[in-house]
Ligand binder design. Structure first.
Ligand SMILES: *[C@@H]1O[C@H](CO)[C@@H](O)[C@H](O)[C@H]1NC(C)=O
Ligand SMILES: *[C@@H]1O[C@H](CO)[C@@H](O)[C@H](O)[C@H]1NC(C)=O
Ligand SMILES: *[C@@H]1O[C@H](CO)[C@@H](O)[C@H](O)[C@H]1NC(C)=O
Ligand SMILES: *[C@@H]1O[C@H](CO)[C@@H](O)[C@H](O)[C@H]1NC(C)=O
Ligand SMILES: *[C@@H]1O[C@H](CO)[C@@H](O)[C@H](O)[C@H]1NC(C)=O
Ligand SMILES: *[C@@H]1O[C@H](CO)[C@@H](O)[C@H](O)[C@H]1NC(C)=O
Ligand SMILES: *[C@@H]1O[C@H](CO)[C@@H](O)[C@H](O)[C@H]1NC(C)=O
Ligand SMILES: *[C@@H]1O[C@H](CO)[C@@H](O)[C@H](O)[C@H]1NC(C)=O
Ligand SMILES: *[C@@H]1O[C@H](CO)[C@@H](O)[C@H](O)[C@H]1NC(C)=O
Length: 269
């Protein structure tokens, strides 16, 4: 499965996440062995090759339609965010201060003049989801189906739009439940009290749900979240955890019956 991911951060303007490799572990988690790292690399390379074959084949019609829809959707969101940010920054020269400054992405082919399809339809920006990777100690079951995960946490607002594509059929994957979680701007995860996760004395953090949630993909395999840009904590690059739940059942209280230990899941970050 491939996961095409665009993140729009207010203030940062645009961050594209390329394939992420697990290079280090969370506290309490064994780091991957060299054999696992090599197997992961091989998997991602062959999946990417298979995905690139979708381009131009007879199977690609639906995919192309989905990409066009996706470019249009992301362009609309970007326009809304730009208008909003321009209003908020009426005192400064937004165009030269922000739009022409490179933030985060190492893509040198993007300028403030790039077309939205060059920015949003680049298949080399897709991430491969491996069938199973360790879910890690900071996953919490029973998160709510909701798009805005902010829960009043201060930080740089981050808008995520992802499309899931089955590399075997080249079709988008509808009705997939996309779950994400990330730490807050000072590097602490909600719902967990553990050494290495903020103040271990603060048991009230067990009751928090910030920056965690689930969304269901639409007919284009797409779904969106609003969160905040993940902060830093020791030993890791900034990252967002991702789980794709397939064949999950939504309960009447808006949580998934199919948790990470049942049914098919794809895990990454
Ligand atoms: C996909 O096909 C289009 C049109 O044929 C081409 O311009 C583009 O470079 C191809 N992309 C990849 C990743 O092969
Ligand atoms: C950009 O960064 C990604 C992730 O670190 C890396 O895989 C890629 O090679 C870089 N691309 C360039 C053109 O430097
Ligand atoms: C964008 O286009 C304008 C008008 O053609 C040009 O003056 C400007 O230098 C371009 N900016 C970049 C970053 O390419
Ligand atoms: C896609 O991105 C790669 C680098 O990430 C860049 O070299 C390439 O020119 C881009 N293709 C398009 C069509 O924008
Ligand atoms: C998301 O929730 C935060 C509060 O947690 C709020 O400030 C923000 O406006 C909400 N975003 C949208 C798009 O409603
Ligand atoms: C991050 O979460 C922790 C635990 O709830 C909290 O103590 C801390 O104040 C939060 N960071 C910010 C910037 O609010
Ligand atoms: C968590 O919330 C429940 C319900 O409001 C409350 O009974 C419990 O004491 C809270 N736990 C902590 C550690 O704050
Ligand atoms: C999902 O459920 C359908 C119908 O029961 C089944 O055919 C399919 O294999 C399941 N997919 C996965 C990935 O478990
Ligand atoms: C939702 O319902 C399930 C099954 O009854 C229950 O286990 C879970 O605690 C509920 N979650 C919430 C947030 O109420």
């Amino acid at each position: 499965m491939i996961f095409d991911f665009a993140g729009l951060a207010q203030g940062l303007l645009l961050a594209l996440f390329a394939t992420a490799t697990v290079v280090s572990a969370h506290p309490g988690e064994a780091p991957p062995t060299p054999r696992e790292i090599a197997a992961g690399k091989l998997y991602r390379r062959s999946a990417q090759t298979q995905y690139n074959r979708c381009n131009g084949s007879h199977q690609s019609l639906q995919r192309r339609h989905a990409v066009n829809t996706q470019v249009h959707r992301r362009q609309k969101l970007l326009e809304q965010l730009r208008a909003h940010a321009t209003r908020r920054r009426s005192g400064s020269d937004y165009a030269s201060d922000v739009l022409e400054t490179s933030h985060v992405s190492n893509r040198t082919d993007i300028t403030s003049n790039s077309t939205t399809s060059a920015v949003f339809a680049n298949s080399t920006d897709a991430c491969v989801l491996q069938p199973e990777v360790t879910i890690g100690p900071y996953w919490v079951s029973g998160e709510l189906l909701r798009s805005n995960l902010t829960d009043e946490q201060p930080g740089v607002p981050l808008y995520l739009d992802a499309q899931f594509v089955d590399i075997n059929t080249c079709d988008p994957v509808p009705d997939l439940y996309w779950e994400i979680w990330n730490c807050n701007s000072t590097g602490v995860y909600s719902g967990v009290v553990a050494s290495g996760n903020g103040n271990v004395e603060d048991e009230s953090n067990l009751n928090t749900t910030f920056l965690r949630g689930v969304q269901r993909t639409d007919e284009n395999g797409a779904a969106q979240f609003q969160t905040i840009f993940p902060g830093h904590y020791t030993g890791r690059a900034h990252h967002i955890h991702v789980v794709a739940h397939i064949n999950a059942t939504l309960l009447s209280n808006n949580t998934l019956a199919n948790s990470a230990d049942t049914g098919a899941v794809h895990i990454g970050q």
